[in-house]
Design a protein around this ligand. Structure first.
Ligand code: ADP
Length: 478
């Protein structure tokens, strides 16, 4: 059972339930139709006898006298010699009296139980006593008969009795016809239902098979580009397949980004390493002057510093990514945090740039103070790095519709429209000549931190005029 396919299990369970239902239905059909047929046969019997009762007329003066009894004896003896048997008995039977109708045989008996009119279909059977308006059952030669009596006169001794008899055999024939039909139709219906169930189960399981196969292919061949692609549909299987596809998509993007990151990182590190190697080789080729050695050492120092910066930024980036789920978030007073960072950074006063800070009081966000510090220093650091001589940096903070809105604006070199969409990519640097120090990771770290806070970071810039970076994050009301 454990190794059975889901399709077989569903069909088996469905079939078992169906068979039980069919057996119960069969039993109910037989029992109900048996009862209905029995009651309709009895109704038939009662109607026939009651109709015949209306066709018999009695003369009360003579029929119950001993003479009459005598003549009854005669009539009984004569079987169905009705006219003579009835003569002098005081009974008159109309022509409309139906002795045999719809399988009902009606006979007339006198008070002593002697047959005086009609025939006795059950002569020899052990007949019940006459009982007015009562249907009784008699078993005779393995056939069941229903017997119904009507008393025509209650005032005189014995009275006159009409007794109708009908065989149960026509009911049995009807029931066995129903049974035969049910025995053919029910298994046929079960078979069709099982077949349909098998097909539907197969069709419903198809997406699951597709899902399993794709997952297996991905795990064996590591081809994250594969998708289940079930198409349109809103049932559970389609939703599951869509979630799997979304997950494969995320995995694919994560792996691609990982690969890209490794290749970019090695590429970025290769340049300073190559510079250091060739500088060392060149310097060691021949004896050099002291100044030349100093120059060579300065180059090595610069490139090492660059590599240190790169490695440190790469580590920060990886740590932020890896610890995303473990980062502790708490209420952070962004106003106070920004103010203190601005005061510290204003001390840089690089290129004679002045930093101005304007903030609304008590703007609080749910966040991580260390990460937010990193975000702010990166943005303000860039504003200094790409700012113009004696320029200005404006940092503002305010609340806007449930969000904290932090802007860092400079009047520096600006960013071209071509570069704007790429500056948040890892290792991307707009300045191809690399005249300004940097790793190309600062803004991707900013974006990662903004994402972690459920916020966004955007940029507006005009080359030669300056840039404005905006960080927007949900803020705590209060
Ligand atoms: P980098 O270490 O090179 O500054 P970032 O990721 O911080 O790396 O920035 C990526 C690129 O975006 C930079 O190389 C620079 O060309 C551009 N950039 C970032 N901030 C500014 C700014 N305030 N003004 C002009 N260009 C900027």
């Amino acid at each position: 059972m454990k190794n059975m396919s889901l399709r077989a299990k569903i069909t088996l369970w469905f079939s078992a339930v169906l068979i039980v239902i069919a057996v119960i239905t069969f039993a109910v059909i037989l029992s109900v139709s048996g009862r209905v047929i029995q009651s309709s046969i009895q109704d038939q019997l009662i109607t026939a006898v009651d109709d015949n009762a209306d066709e018999v007329e009695l003369s009360h003066d003579s029929i119950f006298s001993d003479d009459a009894d005598e003549s009854d004896d005669n009539s009984h003896g004569m079987g169905s010699g009705h006219a003579s048997a009835l003569s002098g008995s005081g009974i008159e039977v109309d022509d409309d009296f139906m002795e045999n109708v719809n399988g009902v045989t009606t006979s007339i008996y006198n008070g002593s139980g002697k047959l005086i009119y009609g025939s006795d279909p059950l002569s020899g059977a052990d007949m019940p006593d006459f009982s007015d308006g009562n249907v009784s059952t008699v078993k005779y030669q393995s056939v069941t008969y229903y017997v119904y009596d009507r008393r025509l006169s209650g005032e005189h001794h014995g009275g006159i009795w009409l007794r109708g008899v009908i065989s149960d055999s026509q009911g049995t024939a009807q029931i066995s016809a129903i049974a035969r039909l049910s025995l053919i139709a029910l298994p046929l219906l079960i078979l069709i239902a099982i077949l349909g169930g098998w097909l539907i189960a197969g069709r419903s399981m198809k997406p699951v098979r597709q899902l399993t196969e794709t997952a297996e292919e991905i795990s064996q061949g590591s081809d994250l580009k594969k998708r289940i692609s079930l198409g349109k549909g809103s049932d559970e299987i389609h939703r599951l397949a869509d979630s799997f596809d979304a997950m494969f998509g995320r995995l694919d993007r994560a792996f691609t980004a990982e690969k890209q990151f490794t290749s970019d990182a090695s590429h970025e590190l290769r340049t300073p390493l190559a510079v250091i190697t060739s500088q060392c080789e060149y310097t060691l080729e021949a004896p050099r002057t002291a100044d030349e050695y100093v120059e060579a050492l300065e180059t090595v120092q610069r490139q090492s510093a660059r590599m240190t910066g790169l490695v440190s930024d790469m580590l920060s980036f990886t740590r932020i990514e890896q610890n995303a789920g473990k980062t502790v978030f708490e209420a952070v007073d962004l106003t106070a945090l920004t103010q203190s960072i601005c005061s510290d950074m204003a001390l840089i006063a690089d290129k004679g740039i002045s930093l101005r800070f304007d903030a609304e009081d008590g703007v609080t966000v749910r966040g991580n103070a260390d990460l937010l510090t990193r975000l702010l220093t990166n943005l303000i650091g860039n504003a200094y790095r790409y700012g113009r001589e004696n320029g200005h940096i404006d940092v503002t903070l305010r609340k806007e519709g449930g969000s904290a809105l932090l802007t860092v604006k400079d009047d520096g070199i600006g960013i071209s429209a071509d570069d704007l969409p790429k500056i948040f990519d890892r290792f991307y640097r707009a300045d191809k000549s690399r005249s300004v120090k940097g790793t190309g990771l600062g803004l991707s770290i900013v974006k990662e931190i903004a994402d972690l806070h459920g916020g966004t970071v955007n940029v507006e810039s005009e080359p030669g005029k300056g840039s404005k970076f905006t960080f927007k994050s949900p803020c705590i009301q209060g």
